[in-house]
Design a protein around this ligand. Structure first.
Ligand code: FAD
Ligand code: NAP
Length: 344
């Protein structure tokens, strides 16, 4: 089938970035079908323009003028490939809403993704930073990723190993804009164990019978906890955690503990530990701070907020101040988690 490529000029993206910044894409193209992608990429290359993909816009910081071609990922389907005694294999379109997909799996008694409920955005973006919450990472359930490789102009299927998943990271972050993900294949094993080791979940289930700890109950718990703790992007602009939790050597942790006995850390490996970045930011006095149109959330200092009228420059200015103060106080670098796009 031949597709005409007719991108839309000066396309407003305010509704498609959860920070709610006023953003205009030079060119934008809704992509409801994978077959449009090679044509669109060729169009951008011929015009000498950069391209990128936008899902739900919940992990990006966009400039007022976004140059080049922005592909709006709208491929939306859920397909059951196999439903075996040991596992269920699902193929899901990249534009499918993540939370709706998680709810669909539980409605069909396919268990495993419940800890990842209420993460905004699309299925196609889930592999990008290997989304994770409450001790579960999506990589555990991904079999393969289908994508168009804009470098080689070929359709590819990437295995879990090819994706090089690590903590909030993957090959897709190492090579931004190279792959346009069109579908993700998930394997959900039939053997299921609840995972409620995070304090908020442990406390939620503390006074409940063990047989009440079902996957739908965990979905409901995560939904309730997150709704209470995180700002709803429809009301207050945000991209969730603005910084990654830093991983440091156990040696550095011991020395920090001498100075800051209450520092919050979790073992990451035999030699390294993860620090709670929200705690570091809170200790530096930023929690609930407002700076012009942007600020720091009052219930979780890892979340930066935008209440209207602001822009990427303002937000990155605040982020820079936080990074500087945390470095001065603890000697620890904070890495920004969302993808930052510039006007160039
Ligand atoms: P976008 O923001 O649209 O894109 C993010 C990046 O992925 C961009 O670089 C984009 O080019 C790329 N991309 C998107 N789709 C594709 C595709 N199909 N092919 C190639 N590249 C693509 N994240 C977590 O890990 N855990 C959480 O618990 C969590 N909680 C959040 C809570 C809130 C309130 C918010 C606002 C955000 C949260 N996030 C969390 C961050 C974010 O929701 C996730 O990273 C999500 O996967 C981003 O999806 P998206 O469709 O919005 O991606
Ligand atoms: P939380 O439960 O208050 O915990 C604070 C931090 O400590 C988290 O970042 C978490 O690391 C870490 N942590 C807590 N208990 C842990 C344990 N038992 N083992 C290992 N690490 C532990 O965090 P929260 O802000 O309410 O968020 C809850 C979950 O949702 C977290 O997993 C968080 O990553 C996720 N979330 C992510 C985003 C995002 O945009 N990336 C936004 C909101 C929430 P981890 O972050 O490594 O889990």
């Amino acid at each position: 089938m031949n597709f005409d490529c007719k991108p839309l000029a000066n396309y407003p993206l305010r509704e498609r970035n959860t920070l709610g910044f006023d953003v205009v894409a030079q060119w934008a193209l809704p992509i409801p079908q994978a077959e449009q992608i090679p044509v669109a990429i060729r169009w951008a290359k011929n015009a000498g323009l950069p391209h990128r993909v936008l899902g739900g816009g919940s992990n990006v910081v966009l400039p007022a003028q976004l140059p080049g071609l922005t592909l709006l990922m709208d491929i939306d389907f859920i397909e059951v490939l196999e439903n075996l005694a040991a596992k269920t294999r699902l193929r899901v379109g990249a534009g499918t809403n993540w939370h709706a997909f998680v709810r669909w799996t539980l409605d069909h008694s396919f268990l495993g993704l419940e800890n990842l409920a209420l993460i905004p955005g699309t299925v196609g973006a889930a592999p990008i930073q290997n989304i994770g919450a409450y001790g579960v990472e999506v990589k555990e359930y991904i079999d393969t990723v289908e994508a168009y490789d804009c470098q080689t102009n070929q359709w590819v299927t990437l295995s879990r190993t090819d994706c090089r998943f690590s903590y909030r990271h993957s090959v897709f972050k190492d090579e931004p804009n190279r792959f346009v993900i069109t579908a993700v294949i998930f394997d959900l094993p039939k053997v299921w164990q609840p995972r409620i080791s995070y304090a908020d979940l442990t406390n939620y289930f503390a006074n409940r019978a063990v047989d009440a700890i079902t996957a739908p109950a965990i979905f409901d718990a995560v939904y309730a906890i997150r709704t209470q703790k995180l700002p709803d992007p429809k009301v207050i602009g945000n991209v969730g955690s603005f910084f990654q939790n830093p991983v440091i050597s156990n040696q550095q942790l011991q020395s920090l503990k001498g100075q800051f006995p209450r520092i919050v850390s979790y073992p990451e490996s035999a030699t390294h530990s993860k620090l709670a970045a929200g705690w570091l930011i809170d200790q530096c006095g930023f929690k609930a701070m407002q700076m012009g149109n942007v600020g720091v959330h009052d219930k979780q200092a890892l979340v930066l907020t935008h209440r209207g009228g602001g822009n990427a420059g303002e937000l990155l200015g605040l982020a820079g101040q936080i990074q500087k103060k945390v470095k001065e106080t603890f000697g620890v670098e904070l890495t920004v988690e969302p993808m930052i796009y510039s006007e160039q």
